[in-house]
Design a protein around this ligand. Structure first.
Ligand code: ADP
Ligand code: MG
Length: 696
């Protein structure tokens, strides 16, 4: 065995370990639940708990924890030791089936969006056997769902699992109607690409904005940014390489298939992509990946920034969710195969996604909404806030031929010759990539590219699963009644194109023309989170999610409230941090700089040199004007903050953030950055952009 295969999954209670350590009957029962997602036979829990405990203790674990995903977007855990006291003063290590299945964390300090009053503290966590338990930091971690005493869902995993069941059910209906008798379950698959920045830890600690907000709030443009495009796919620096090596090992131990790593567009920016897996596991793994990245970085004297826009003026970080559907017989339903034009199931599933994305543009946009991502969406390196779908010319051509009822003429497969004798010829892909599309078909999956790097991918996947399932359900209704299935597939695609063609766009999404064109087409352009989030509780959306049992109306309203509140709080914290930095450090830095200039000027005067119009006097004058302006803008920023805090209710607060606070922060920052650009290096209190971006 190679070292990699030896360590891979060594900290996971996976199928191999289960088979080894559970009795035949218990293994069979648990395996069935995992494979078919059928209800767990609770009588096996005790046996599983004992096996898990023994395995975990052998691996050095002392504690166990229910590991869950509250609405904070990160994971939560509360550790209990296996220790159980004995009458004779000794102790044994215990872990029961009951403790495996159910936990009772205090739910009152997690966001509930008004679903629960704080005095109603009780919450439950319940074991999710479909995601493997694992060991992290000497604790056995048990993936769980999280709900309140009253049964309201307080986490992201529960609705995700529900939406996975839903999309499976509706997909199987469609497949059955098309004559597939074998598939019994369809599993959503996801591979999330994760972007991040690495900066030196000492510099990170020297900046209040990075420490408190995860991004810089001030910072003059460095002489060099990403204009030479020399970082993308560039050679990886040794210190970063060491980090990546350890990161991979840690992820592999947790059974995470970390595969691809490379430098990204911005200096100090990198990307990691795992091999795809089922959506539930992929979601758990992505949460773990983000956590492990931060920890490993710390051990290497680095800080890992997962914020969507750590630096103004260079690219921000996204997360691309590659999404597809796969049957339990191993077929990828979005794989076009050799002859896509004849592959009716493929064309139908493709149509369902296109139709669903158009029908629910608002939900797609909301799935990508956050305070952090607002700094990125619509800025020129990221997908715009307008949702559209890229299919490429070949698939659009097939759809066109179905719409017009004419036979599809396939373009001859092109060969690629490089003109270098030694390089063999190879077949060209039928379509190019489109890096600007927010939602692109990429060969055998869709890539949802709008998401922010810090996101949990649970929310976006809940949306995708639900809207596609809803569309598939309506197709199944038609197909089940239709005598000629192939003709009905064509009819469904024709109807889909008639209603939803406007969402298809193969061009450059970053161009100004597209914004105008999209408006003409009547596509939504929800520029900020404050515009997008409230639409979550529209009548149409409430109907959609309640109809399918994903959320109750109360749960939706609470989630909307949490999203709006978080948007407001994050921005308010940023504004307060900015004010603190300006008043405590930037204005005093400007003062000391001016003092130095004034001292020099008066010293020169003392020597009889006319310094009134000299360099020092002119520099001081400019700095003084900038300082006055910064002081005034900071006062205005404080007023803006008060206006936000005085606004009534989550929506009004969010509106004030968008209309007053965010623009005022930008205005204020501009003066601080102008002072930084002019100030002497030894006056400046913070590591500069140049230090941060090129200092590792
Ligand atoms: P690309 O070159 O188009 O970016 P990659 O092969 O690098 O594609 O894949 C990018 C991500 O998409 C990876 O995480 C990969 O595992 C994932 N992916 C590939 N196929 C599927 C699929 N069928 N379902 C979900 N994700 C997939
Ligand atoms: Mg990609």
């Amino acid at each position: 065995m190679s070292r990699v295969t030896e360590i891979f999954g060594s900290m996971v209670f996976n199928d191999v370990v289960m088979r080894e350590r559970l009795s035949k009957e218990v293994y069979k029962s648990l395996h069935k639940t995992i494979a078919t997602r059928s209800e767990l036979d609770a009588t096996v829990a005790d046996a599983v708990a004992v096996a898990m405990r023994d395995w975990a203790i052998e691996k050095g674990a002392t504690h166990f924890t229910h590991w869950f995903q509250p609405m904070t977007g990160i994971t939560a855990e509360k550790h209990d030791s296996f220790l159980s006291p004995q009458p004779d003063g000794s102790a044994i290590m215990e872990f029961s089936g009951k403790e495996l299945i159910k936990g009772e964390p205090d739910a009152s300090s997690f966001p509930s969006g008004g679903l629960r009053a704080t005095f109603e503290a009780r919450g439950y966590t319940a074991w999710d056997p479909t995601s493997y338990a694992f060991i992290k930091d000497d604790s056995l971690c048990i993936p769980t769902v999280f709900c309140s005493y009253g049964g309201e869902v307080l986490d992201k995993k529960t609705p995700l699992l529900r939406s996975m069941d839903l999309v499976s059910e509706q997909s199987v209906r469609v497949l059955r109607a098309l004559g597939d008798t074998e598939t019994t379950r369809v599993l959503g698959t996801v591979g999330p690409e994760q972007e991040y920045f690495l900066v030196d830890k000492q510099m990170y600690r020297a900046r209040e904005d990075l420490m408190l907000c995860g991004r810089t709030l001030l910072g003059a443009k460095p002489p060099k940014g990403q204009e030479l495009e020399d970082h993308y796919f560039g050679a990886i620096k040794p210190r970063v390489m060491d980090f990546m090596r350890e990161l991979n090992e840690e992820l592999w131990k947790l059974g995470i298939y970390a595969k691809t790593e490379h430098n990204e567009v911005a200096p100090a920016q990198h990307e990691l992509a795992p091999i795809y897996t089922d959506i539930n596991t992929a979601t758990d793994h992505n949460q773990l990946t983000m956590e492990v990245m931060k920890k490993v970085a710390d051990r290497h004297g680095l800080a890992c920034l997962l914020h969507e826009k750590p630096f103004a003026g260079v690219n921000g970080s996204g997360k691309h969710v590659n999404w597809s559907l796969s049957t339990d017989t191993g077929r990828n339903l979005l794989d076009p195969g050799k002859w896509p034009e004849a592959n009716k199931p493929f064309l139908l599933f493709l149509a369902a996604v296109v139709g669903a994305v158009d029908e629910h543009q608002d939900l797609i946009r909301i799935a990508a909404a956050s305070a952090g991502n607002d700094n990125r969406l619509g800025a020129n390196e990221a997908p715009p806030a307008i949702v559209s779908v890229y299919l490429g010319s070949e698939l659009c051509g097939i759809f066109d031929s179905i719409e017009s009822g004419t036979p599809y003429c396939r373009a001859k497969a092109a060969r690629m010759t490089t003109g270098v004798g030694a390089v063999p010829e190879f077949k060209k892909d039928s379509t190019d990539r489109n890096r600007t599309s927010p939602f692109a078909f990429t060969g055998n999956k869709f890539e949802f590219r709008m998401l922010g790097s810090a996101f949990s991918i649970a929310g976006p996947n809940i949306v995708l699963n639900t809207i596609v399932a809803d569309m598939l359900g309506s197709y199944a209704d038609r197909l089940e009644k239709a005598p000629d299935k192939d003709a009905e597939v064509d009819a469904i695609i024709r109807d889909m194109l008639r209603a939803h063609r406007r969402i298809l766009f193969n061009g450059n999404n970053y161009s100004e023309e597209w914004v105008r064109e999209a408006e003409k087409r009547g596509l939504l352009n929800l520029r900020t989170s404050a515009d997008a989030i409230p639409l979550f509780v529209s009548k149409k959306n409430i109907e959609l999610f309640t109809k399918h049992g994903i959320f109750t109306e109360a749960e939706m309203r609470s989630r909307c409230e949490i999203l709006l509140e978080t948007y407001e709080k994050v921005n308010a914290i940023e504004a307060k941090t900015m004010l603190d930095m300006i008043r405590k450090y930037v204005l005093p830095a400007a003062d000391s700089c001016m003092r130095g200039l004034a001292d020099t000027a008066s010293g020169l005067e003392h020597l009889g040199i006319d310094a009134k119009k000299g360099a020092q006097a002119r520099a001081a004058k400019k700095l003084s004007a900038l300082t006055d302006a910064l002081y005034d803008e900071a006062q205005t920023l404080e007023k803006a903050l008060a206006e936000v805090e005085g606004a009534d209710g989550a929506q009004k607060k969010a509106d004030a953030v968008r209309d007053v606070l965010v623009p005022q922060m930008a205005k204020t920052r501009a003066y601080a950055d102008a002072i930084e650009a002019d100030a002497a290096a030894d006056c400046w209190p913070y590591p500069t952009y140049g230090n941060l971006l090129f200092g590792v």
